[in-house]
Write a new protein. Structure first.
Length: 174
C-alpha cells in the first residue's frame, strides 16, 4: 500500500474512532445531566412546600400526577398547590417546618426515572427547637417533558413498621 493511501486509511479510522468516543461521551453526559436534573427536582420539593410557594410546588408535578400518602391522595399539580394553600399545611409551616428529602437512589431509562428516598419532616416545638414529626419511605416516578423533568407519581409510606414502607425500600434501584 502506498504511504499516502495508508495515511488516509489510518486517518479515516481515527475519525471513526473519535466519532464513536464522542457519541459515548455525549450519552454519558446526557445521563449525568438527567440524574442531576432529577436530583434537583426532588430537592426542590421541600423548599417549595416549606416556603408556602404553592405555584412552585405544583409546577414540580405533571398535570395528571398522583401523590399517594398514607394519609390521603393528591391529584395533579393543582392538588399539590391546593394542599400547600390548605389550612393544615399552613398551620404546619406557620409553626416552623423542614421537609428534608434524600439522598435519592435514581434509575433513569430514556425519558422516565425512578427514585427511592427517605423523607423527614421536622416541626417547630414552639420553644425554638424542632422535633421529627414524620419519617417515611418514598418512591418517585418522574418523566421528562419538553419543559424538563416532572414528578408523575410519588408514593410515601411512614416508616412505622408497616410492610408497605419496607416494600418501597426493598425496591432499591440497582
Amino acid at each position: 500500500m502506498e504511504p499516502e493511501v495508508a495515511a488516509d486509511t489510518e486517518s479515516a479510522r481515527s475519525v471513526a474512532e473519535l466519532a464513536v468516543q464522542l457519541a459515548a461521551l455525549t450519552a454519558r453526559v446526557t445521563e449525568l445531566e438527567d440524574e442531576l436534573a432529577v436530583r434537583r427536582l426532588i430537592a426542590s420539593y421541600g423548599p417549595s412546600v416549606d416556603s408556602g410557594d404553592a405555584e412552585a410546588a405544583g409546577a414540580l408535578w405533571t398535570q395528571d400526577a398522583v401523590y399517594d400518602m398514607d394519609i390521603g391522595v393528591l391529584n395533579g399539580s393543582a392538588g399539590i398547590s391546593e394542599m400547600v394553600l390548605g389550612a393544615t399545611h399552613q398551620e404546619i409551616i406557620g409553626g416552623g417546618s423542614a421537609h428534608n428529602i434524600g439522598p435519592a437512589l435514581i434509575e433513569i431509562e430514556g425519558g422516565r426515572a425512578t427514585a427511592i428516598t427517605y423523607s423527614q419532616i421536622f416541626r417547630g416545638d414552639g420553644n425554638g427547637g424542632f422535633y421529627i414529626w414524620r419519617i417515611a419511605a418514598n418512591r418517585w416516578d418522574l418523566v421528562r417533558r419538553e419543559t424538563g423533568w416532572r414528578i408523575a407519581n410519588r408514593c410515601t409510606r411512614l416508616l412505622d413498621g408497616r410492610k408497605e414502607a419496607r416494600e418501597i425500600l426493598g425496591r432499591v434501584v440497582r
